[in-house]
Write a protein that binds this ligand. Sequence first.
Ligand SMILES: [Zn+2]
Ligand SMILES: [Zn+2]
Length: 185
Amino acid sequence: MHVRSVTASEIRHTLEAWTSLVNGRASDAGVDVRAVLMDAGFPRASAASAASIERLERRLDGLAELARDLPSIDGAAAMVAVNEQLTELDVRPSVVEHDGVGAHMHWTPATATFDDQVVTDIMMALAQEVVANGTARFGRCAATDCGDVFYDGTRNRSRRFCDDPRCASRTHTADHRARRRADAG
Ligand SMILES: [Zn+2]
Ligand SMILES: [Zn+2]
């Protein structure tokens, strides 16, 4: 199977950024929202005002429950939830070409606030994801005491752990110890 389109990878990047923001906001260490969005390719992130980032943080916290529910609800429930959000947003699509990136969609006008743009982009990515795959690609980290949510962009949906490499390694160590105990017994 080939990568379906640029759109598919944009959806993936946006949903991965969303889950890391949700997990990061809930963690003790916190998260640099601006940095995550810069990494995820939001061109306006670097210049966004502090007030805009603060508004965005509050709105992300408002959407955190939906993100955390996604691994356990079905496509139909996700559809209802995403439509509820979309009716609140000023979605105005256009095809644009800028900064050497080929023609692509923008979901908000250039006059939209940064937080409106980001929230709309996330909800439009989620809407398209729900249409394509329901909620099958959303999962919860398999490490004990973690439970962070993730978007599984792997071909065969084999992802088990969140972005934190310690989750995978401590689980593998525990599995290994359990196997050795079983062998010894
Ligand atoms: Zn663009
Ligand atoms: Zn984890």
